[in-house]
Design a protein around this ligand. Structure first.
Ligand code: NAD
Ligand code: IPM
Ligand code: MN
Length: 374
C-alpha cells in the first residue's frame, strides 16, 4: 500500500528514538512491498527558534495531508515564563485533529519481568490498555472570566492567585467512553472507569455517561474506581485491569506509574486517535509515552522500544497493516528474549547496548523472520 507518514521528531531524545522507529517502518515497507512517503517537520524548540511557535501552520497543514503522524517528544530541561512552550505543539496537534482517545497499552514482556521494580508474581497476567481522554479537561479548560484562556496567574486585590479550569462537556466524555467500551469488546470485556467523583463535578458527570454507555454494552462488565485507589491497585494487582478509561490529567499520571510494570518509561508506546478515517483505518498521532529525556539526550542511551512499538501501532490503526504490526512486536519480543537491552532495562548486569544498536537488532530480526517465512 501507499501511505504518507509525517514525522515530527522534536527535542532531546525525540530524534534518536524516532530515527529507529522510522528505520523500522522503512524495513517493513521493503519486506512487505509497501511504499511509505516519509515527510518531516519541526516541532518544539527548533520550531520556536525557526518560526516563533511550537508548530507552524505549514507543518499542521502537512500533517493534515498525511495518513498518520509519528511523533518523538518535545520539551527542554525547564521552561517557565510567558513565551511559547515546546509542549504547545502537542496541544495544537491534539485539538486540531480532535485526537480525543489516547491508547496506552501496558503489557510487560516476559523477558523483562525482572526489569520492573515489582516482584514478578505481581506482574503475572498484566495486560491492560489505558484510554486516556486527550482533548479536554484541565489541559484546555475555559475560564469564564477570560474566554479562551485556559489558565492564568493573576493579581486579585493584594494577593496573587492562579487558576486552571477542569471543564468537560457530556459529548467529550461520551466519545472517549464509547471508544473504551468498543476496545474492551475486542479484549477481555471489562472497563474500569477512573475518576474522583467524591470531589469533582466533572467526575459526577463522567459517571453518569459511563453508566449510560455501559447499559448499551451488556457484553462488557464495568466498574467505577476512584483515581487514588486506582493508583494503589495498579501496583497491588495490575492483572485485574483490562481497559482503564479516564480523564486527561489522571491518565497522564497513571500511565507513567504503569510504565514501571513494563520495566521502564522507555518501553511504552501510544496512539492518539480521533474519528477521521484513512483508507486503512483511522488518522492518528503515534508517540512513545516518555518525554524528551534531556538528561540522556544525544548520548545513544535512550530506549527506542516505546517509539518502535508506536510505529507498530501506526501500522495497525492508521494503515490497517495488522500482520506487519504484529511482526514488529514479535521482533521486539525476540530481541529482548535474546538479551539485548538499553541501560534502563539492563537490570541483570549484562552489558547495555545503545539506542541505534537496539533498533538495528529489531530490524535484523524482522528480516530473519521474513526469510524464515519465505
Ligand atoms: P521524561 O519522560 O523525559 O524523563 C523522565 C526520566 O525517564 C528521565 O530520567 C529520563 O532519562 C528517563 N527516560 C525517558 N525516556 C527514556 C527512554 N526512552 N529511555 C531511557 N530512559 C528514558 O520526563 P521529564 O524529564 O519529566 O520531562 C522532560 C521534558 O519532556 C519536559 O519538558 C516535558 O514537558 C517533556 N515531555 C514531553 C512529552 C511528549 O513530548 N509527549 C512527554 C512527557 C514529557
Ligand atoms: C504526555 C506528556 C504531555 C501531557 C506533556 C508534555 C504536555 O506528559 O504526552 O504524556 O501531559 O500530555
Ligand atoms: Mn506524560
Amino acid at each position: 500500500m501507499n501511505a504518507v507518514i509525517m514525522v515530527l521528531a522534536g527535542d532531546g531524545t525525540g530524534p534518536e528514538v524516532t530515527d529507529q522507529a522510522v528505520e523500522v517502518l522503512e524495513m517493513v515497507a521493503e519486506l512487505y512491498g509497501h511504499r511509505f512517503m516519509i515527510r518531516t517537520g519541526l516541532v518544539g524548540m527548533d520550531a520556536i527558534e525557526a518560526y516563533g511557535t511550537a508548530i507552524s501552520e505549514d507543518t499542521l497543514a502537512g500533517c493534515a495531508q498525511a495518513d498518520a503522524i509519528l511523533f518523538g517528544a518535545v520539551g527542554g530541561v525547564a521552561q517557565v515564563g510567558d513565551g511559547p512552550r515546546p509542549e504547545q505543539a502537542l496541544f495544537r496537534l491534539r485539538t486540531s485533529f480532535e485526537l480525543f482517545a489516547n491508547l496506552r497499552p501496558v503489557r510487560p514482556f516476559g523477558a523483562l519481568v525482572d526489569a520492573s521494580p515489582l516482584k514478578p508474581e505481581y506482574l503475572k497476567g498484566t495486560d491492560l490498555l489505558f484510554v486516556r481522554e486527550l482533548s479536554a479537561g484541565l489541559y484546555y479548560g475555559h475560564l469564564e472570566t477570560v474566554p479562551g484562556k485556559p489558565s492564568e496567574i493573576r493579581r486579585r486585590g493584594d494577593r496573587i492567585e492562579a487558576i486552571d479550569t477542569l471543564l468537560y462537556t457530556e459529548d467529550e466524555i461520551e466519545r472517549v467512553v464509547r471508544s473504551a467500551f468498543e476496545l474492551a469488546g475486542a479484549r477481555r470485556r471489562h472497563v474500569t472507569s477512573v475518576d474522583k467523583a467524591n470531589v469533582l463535578s466533572s467526575s459526577v458527570l463522567w459517571r453518569r455517561v459511563v453508566e449510560r454507555v455501559g447499559r448499551e454494552h451488556p457484553e462488557v462488565s464495568w466498574e467505577h474506581l476512584l483515581v487514588d485507589t486506582c493508583a494503589m491497585r495498579l501496583i497491588r494487582n495490575p492483572a485485574e485491569f483490562d481497559v482503564i478509561v479516564t480523564e486527561n490529567l489522571f491518565g497522564d499520571i497513571l500511565t507513567d506509574e504503569a510504565s514501571m510494570l513494563a520495566g521502564s518509561i522507555g518501553m511504552l508506546p501510544s496512539a492518539s486517535l480521533g474519528s477521521r478515517r484513512t483508507p486503512g483505518g483511522v488518522f492518528g498521532l503515534y508517540e512513545p509515552v516518555h518525554g524528551s529525556a534531556p538528561d540522556i539526550a544525544r548520548q545513544d542511551r535512550a530506549n527506542p522500544i516505546g517509539a518502535i512499538l508506536s510505529a507498530a501501532m501506526l501500522l495497525r490503526h492508521s494503515l490497517g497493516l495488522a500482520s506487519e504490526a504484529a511482526a514488529v512486536e514479535a521482533a521486539v519480543e525476540a530481541v529482548l528474549a535474546d538479551g539485548f537491552r538499553t541501560e534502563d532495562i539492563a537490570y541483570d548486569g549484562g552489558t547495555a547496548v545503545g539506542t541505534a544498536e537496539l533498533g538495528l537488532r529489531v530490524r535484523e530480526q524482522l528480516a530473519i523472520t521474513d526469510q524464515q517465512n519465505q
